[in-house]
Write a protein that binds this ligand. Structure first.
Ligand code: ADP
Ligand code: MG
Length: 353
């Protein structure tokens, strides 16, 4: 998940980023625990999948929000209540799973009844909207931290995984991306927005819309999916590396709001390609399913835009783990961006870099 504010402390090993440390300290250890037939999918995707019955797999995901890191100090508790569940629902959406329930672990510095009333109002509002029950949790004193584990169900072998993209697939993105980053940049005084622009784009940062229905509609239609939490290109590269494929993306086709479209092309690209916190779905699907996808778009009233293609199987990957050569970025004229520029856009959000 993305962060609202980058940490200034650099006490973590420089070379090791978030994904490297998960790989080294947790994924390798989990792999050594060996296979278990009840674990259908372990670490590495938006959710894990457990075989719980012949009819359904259990999809599980945890996301944590830390004050000063994922949300600003003093954030509105009602929006926070909504957002902490929304980001978890978004991981279920990315697998095409139907929400069932969640647990809530919360640490807070002191008991503030008014804050808690507003927080829980927001939380239950969205829980009702998505028919997802609170089934337990843990409460303790400490720096404000909210961690939710969510459970969903998905028919066996149907879940949308990151490792199933295929050559010839179109790459799609739902609704539009970049507004959350545009709002965050204005709050950080990186650029300025008018009051009405800010009002319109900040909604997307405070109150993201998890695409739960869309994920389920795509179960028999898409090959792979991910939710855009850390930035479109960074998240897409997770699909590419896990599926061992290369892709090209027409970067100026990436859908943006009218406010973002009114800004410079550089700002628009930065927000749409690298901005986190959008919680839209990026998915790949065979070209022949395009018509079906257009129908889903109309049915659910969610704009779905084709932004690129899976072009070939991957033949090389440099040892530094860089995805150079795997994702070609094309401008409006169909020309490939110079390497300096494209490598800048390919940097995804990492909590330790
Ligand atoms: P997302 O952005 O979808 O929430 P992340 O990028 O946070 O996913 O995590 C990538 C993968 O690594 C996920 O499968 C997640 O479950 C797993 N993961 C993250 N942190 C840990 C950890 N501390 N131990 C085990 N697995 C982890
Ligand atoms: Mg995710």
């Amino acid at each position: 998940m993305s962060a609202t504010k980058k940490s200034s402390s650099a006490n973590t090993s420089k070379a090791m980023g978030e994904f490297d440390l998960i790989e080294h300290f947790f994924k390798e250890g989990a792999a050594k625990q060996g296979q278990d037939e009840s674990v259908s999918l372990g670490i590495g995707d938006d959710c894990a999948l457990l075989n719980i019955s012949r009819n359904n797999h259990l999809a599980i995901s945890t996301d944590m929000l830390v004050e000063g890191r994922h949300f600003l100090v003093g954030a509105d508790p009602h929006w926070l209540g909504r957002k902490c569940l929304a980001v978890n629902l978004s991981d279920l959406a990315a697998m095409g799973a139907k929400p069932v329930g969640f647990t809530l672990a919360i640490a807070m510095p002191s008991v503030n009844a008014q804050w808690l009333a507003e927080f829980s109002k927001g939380l239950f509002e969205i829980a009702q909207e998505f028919n997802c029950r609170l089934i337990g949790g843990d409460t303790t004193a400490g720096p404000l931290t909210i961690s939710i584990t969510i459970f969903g169900e998905v028919p066996p072998s149907k879940a949308l995984r990151r490792n199933q993209a295929q050559v010839g697939d179109d790459i799609w993105v739902s609704h539009q991306v970049g507004d959350a980053r545009l709002a965050l940049g204005a709050m950080r005084h990186e650029w300025s927005l008018t009051e009405s622009e800010m009002k319109s784009v900040s909604q997307r940062m405070h109150n993201p819309s998890p695409r739960v229905e869309l994920g389920q509609a795509l179960l028999d239609v898409a090959h792979s999916a991910i939710d855009v939490s850390d930035g479109l290109l960074g998240d897409l590269t997770h699909i590419l590396s896990q599926s061992n494929v290369c892709a090209e993306v027409a970067i100026d086709e990436v859908p943006a709001s009218d406010v973002l479209k009114s800004k410079s092309i550089e700002l628009r690209r930065l927000c749409t390609l690298m901005g986190g916190d959008d919680y839209e779905l990026c998915f790949t699907a065979p070209a022949e399913n395009a018509e079906q996808i257009e129908k889903i778009s109309i049915q659910l009233d969610i704009r779905l835009t084709r932004i690129g293609k899976i072009t070939s199987s991957k033949t090389t990957r440099d040892t530094s783990g860089n995805l150079a050569g795997v994702l070609r970025l094309l401008d409006q004229e169909g020309h490939e961006l110079p390497p300096e520029l494209s490598s800048q856009y390919l940097k995804s959000f990492d909590h330790f870099k």
